[in-house]
Design a protein around this ligand. Structure first.
Ligand SMILES: O=C(O)CCC(=O)C(=O)O
Ligand SMILES: [Fe+2]
Length: 270
């Protein structure tokens, strides 16, 4: 029996307090409200539009060995479904990530963590849209830590920190988490569900409903998915920015970095 979490939205002020730590340990995620202001969210959206225009026009396929996922928007226009290393293309975004409040996020993860803006996939932005022809209407059940296994090591402690750039309530599909599943052990992490293929509702899932500017933090070992929006068209647009906080050896990527194995078949599953 999985305990359902209360819909608590915390305020981030620094390292986690005892109540927040307990919530994270029990359920595998935390939700903070009002981390970025509406003006900041709008600035980030503007940066994304500029990067998207640049990449679509120049036909860029990869950043530092990570494929950019393209898709179709409302009017049939090409759009970016998944940005990688986003902050490297926006001085405004780098300035925002240098704000002292990100130090509070880092400390919330733990003293030994660092913001990995040049590692793994860097700062990732997802754009989900529910229109005919869109390839990013939803994302199946998965655990983020599985990627570690492709690097030939056991999953490292990792917290995925998401900044919401749109309101994301259940009409947008929203993030679904199996609360407590970060404590399930390796076997269930591997075989608990079919990674990315299974999109089914689970009676144990929690729907994480967030507003633009909210910040969420989830354990890389927890099962989660993004549901399909009930809304359609532009109203269904759901943008989230994921900032990696990492431990272990510093492993920056560059334009000569190889394409990781898990991204070679990602196009088929995504
Ligand atoms: O957009 C989200 O909230 C989650 C996306 C996700 O789970 C992922 O990209 O691994
Ligand atoms: Fe994920």
């Amino acid at each position: 029996m999985i305990l359902q979490p209360p819909p608590t939205r915390f305020v981030l002020r620094g390292a986690l307090d005892a109540e927040q730590r307990d919530f994270l340990d029990t359920f595998g995620f935390l939700h903070f409200r009002g981390f970025a202001s509406p003006a900041e969210v709008e600035e980030i959206r503007a940066s994304l539009r500029a990067i998207e225009a640049d990449w679509t026009q120049s036909g860029r396929q990869y950043v530092n060995g990570i494929p950019i996922r393209y898709g179709t928007g409302e009017d049939g226009a090409k759009l970016v479904n998944r940005f990688a290393f986003t902050s490297l293309f926006s001085p405004r975004l780098r300035e925002f990530l240098a704000e002292p409040r990100w130090e509070a996020v880092r400390l919330a993860c733990g003293e030994q963590f660092r913001l990995g803006d040049r590692e793994k996939d860097g700062v990732v932005v997802n754009q989900f849209i529910n229109v005919p022809g869109s390839r990013y209407k939803r994302l199946g059940w998965h655990v983020d830590s599985l990627r570690d296994l492709f690097y030939g090591r056991l999953p490292q402690p990792m917290l995925n920190v998401g900044l919401y750039l749109d309101d994301s309530h259940r009409d947008k599909g929203a993030l679904r988490i199996l609360p407590g599943s970060h404590r399930q052990g390796l076997f269930k992490m591997l075989f608990g569900k079919w990674h990315f293929i299974d999109h089914r509702d689970d009676p144990r899932e929690t729907i994480l409903e967030a507003d633009a500017g909210d910040l969420t933090l989830h354990d890389g070992r927890a099962w989660h998915r993004v549901g399909r929006a009930l809304l359609t068209g532009q109203a269904s647009l759901r943008r989230t920015m994921y900032v990696p906080f990492l431990t272990g050896p510093y492993e920056p990527k560059s334009e000569t970095s190889p394409v990781p194995f898990y991204h070679r078949f990602g196009k088929v599953l995504g």
